[in-house]
Design a binder for this molecule. Structure first.
Ligand code: GDP
Ligand code: MG
Length: 439
């Protein structure tokens, strides 16, 4: 999938202290391939890559202590932008009712989504009226009625003999009479776009004058979703898109391309067959989901505000070369302290929470103070060459810091463990995680 692929790419970058122009170019090639494989429209991919490159150059990625993270950050922001940037709200009529017309191919999820949307509106204290304008599919009216009774929303229908245009017209009257502030018109779909369907939708549109025309798209259809969106948009001015079946094993390409190609924002995402599985679409969350990053971004933000980049790079180099000393250990503690509880930080790193033993690693303030006392009782030489710490030196340090020899021993053991863990951590960041194939 796209996530594991990108993680693989960035894993390689993360492992590097310095990243060259060629590294970035290679990463971009991989991103490009990954997006194409995820069924993202090729024009969108091209545009995407060039804007990421532009931003990467502008931000002086090379100077950063974690170039991979900076690039992930840029990619994530661009993905978010590509999907509309901020959340796009449902339109609202100046004078009720607000009319919402659903459109889309057969099986996309129009009827189900109509019911879900009604439920969502009810939660906001609205009184939606569902309108059954699909007179062709035998069970369509019944399906909408079942959904309506499930959530206690009225369903307007005139059977399958009346024309969709007449049904829409009468439904608006009904809504006004009953003070329904939203009207949701469920329409028919075909397996393929055809002229007869479009003509009918245009007629319903002309009568209902919807404030919102939502194209319902099955996220599983990938590249095809873009073609569908394009042709619906050219025939019937769409105001938004609903992506359904995001609970499935979708490759995410549809979400990425639809907004970029049609200019129509994705307003809702459906993640299941249940009536309450419709959510407002959040571009930033979708981007994170596509990248499979967990809360990586908040971690990046924390790191950027609190860690001195030059110092951290030096630290990383030392750890790699096993030159990490007690002096550095203290420095590290101080940095971590500025960022907040270590266990919380580690939880934000994808994959970290799976690392053995990490869950039990709790950092408490008193512990840090004790550590500080012990380290400060060491001579500079001892701090820089931990191997010097034989038994008599440990005894002296214990006495000087007011701790027991056992405490000192424990700290030295912890220090060694930390060095080992850091090594493990950087190996993992080198791309091990990508290979295991995150979803
Ligand atoms: P319509 O022909 O566009 O009205 O599509 P329907 O609303 O009848 O939905 C077609 C099928 O897709 C039904 O079996 C729905 O239960 C299913 N469906 C709709 N939305 C979702 C969704 O978000 N996730 C899943 N898993 N199934 C969905
Ligand atoms: Mg239907």
């Amino acid at each position: 999938g796209l996530a594991s692929r990108l993680q693989g790419v960035f894993g390689k970058l993360k492992g590097k202290g310095k990243v060259s122009d060629e590294d970035v170019a290679e990463a971009m090639r991989e991103v490009r391939l990954a997006l194409l494989e995820a069924d993202v429209n090729f024009k969108v991919v091209k545009q995407f890559i060039s804007s990421v490159k532009e931003k990467a150059v502008g931000q002086d990625v090379m100077k950063s202590f974690t170039p991979g993270m900076v690039i992930i950050d840029i990619v994530n922001k661009e993905l978010t932008e590509l999907m509309g940037g901020t959340q796009s709200k449902l339109a609202r009529a100046n004078r009720p009712p607000t009319v919402i017309m659903m459109a889309g191919l057969q099986g996309a999820g129009k009827t189900t989504t109509s019911g879900k949307l009604a439920k969502l509106l009810q939660k906001g204290n609205h009184k939606p009226l569902l309108v059954a304008c699909d007179i062709y599919r035998p069970a369509a009216i019944k399906q909408l009625q079942v959904l309506g009774s499930q959530i206690g929303a009225p369903v307007f229908s005139m059977g399958d003999q009346a024309s969709p245009v007449d049904i829409a017209r009468a439904a608006l009257e009904e809504a006004k009479a009953n003070n329904n502030d939203y009207v949701i018109i469920d329409t028919a779909g075909r397996l393929h776009i055809d002229e007869a369907l479009m003509e009918e939708l245009r007629q319903v549109h002309a009568v209902a004058k919807p404030d919102e025309v939502l194209l319902v798209i099955d996220a599983m259809t990938g590249q095809d979703a873009v073609n569908v969106a394009e042709s619906f948009h050219s025939q019937l001015e769409l105001s938004g898109v609903v992506l359904t079946k995001l609970d499935g094993d979708t490759r995410g390409g549809a979400a990425l391309s639809v907004k970029a190609v049609t200019g129509c924002p994705i307003k809702f995402a459906a993640m299941g067959e249940k009536i309450d599985s419709l959510e407002p679409f959040h571009p930033d969350r979708m981007a994170s989901r596509i990248l499979g990053m967990g809360d990586m971004l908040s971690l990046i933000e924390k790191a950027q505000t609190n860690i001195d980049a030059e110092k951290a790079a030096e630290m990383e180099r030392k750890m790699r070369n096993a030159e990490f000393t007690f002096e550095d250990f203290l420095e590290q503690m101080a940095q971590v302290r500025k960022m907040g509880p270590l266990d919380q930080l580690l939880e934000m790193v994808p994959g970290m929470n799976k690392m053995k033993g990490l869950k039990d690693m709790k950092v408490d303030e008193r512990q840090i103070n004790r550590v500080e006392a012990i380290v400060k009782s060491m001579t500079t030489e001892e701090k820089n060459k931990p191997d010097l710490l034989n038994h008599s030196r440990r005894k002296r340090i214990a006495a000087g810091s007011g701790q027991t020899v056992a405490d000192v021993n424990r700290l030295i053991k912890q220090f060694d463990d930390m060095r080992k863990m850091m090594k493990q951590f950087s190996t993992m960041m080198d791309g091990q995680k990508g290979k295991k194939g995150a979803k």
